[in-house]
Design a protein around this ligand. Sequence first.
Ligand code: ZN
Ligand code: ZN
Length: 148
Amino acid sequence: MTLDDEPMALAAEQLRTAGMRVTAPRMAMLMVVSESRGHLDAETLRERAQRITGRLSLQATYNVLRALTDSGLVRCTQFPGHPARYETERHDNHHHFVCRGCGAIRDVKCSVGAAPCMEPQLPEGYDTQEAAVTFWGMCPDCRAAPRT
Ligand SMILES: [Zn+2]
Ligand SMILES: [Zn+2]
């Protein structure tokens, strides 16, 4: 591992900008999350990060992911019946489509406009910071090949 690797330097820069201490596991995790462009679970991310940093315990993996999520660099989404998924936080408030057949997750652009569900009817004192919508259904592959 050399620090002048470009993705590594970028990850270090992102950590510094977020006010975080730069550590090898954090850099590695940030790199694998941004390289994946998908929605990976902690176990998969751990496997990939280990190729960069060497052994990472599952606990260390969760600690790193939590720190990255808390700092706003990584977005964590929990879908019922699935392990938590992680992706780069792009602050675009996008939603997700989850296939009930194969579990594939696809990003769905935030529906723009004054949808009533985006302005929750809540008593005074609640500060809404995020709205997450999950669409459930079947992806084209699963529709083409019905489950037996
Ligand atoms: Zn599917
Ligand atoms: Zn997403």
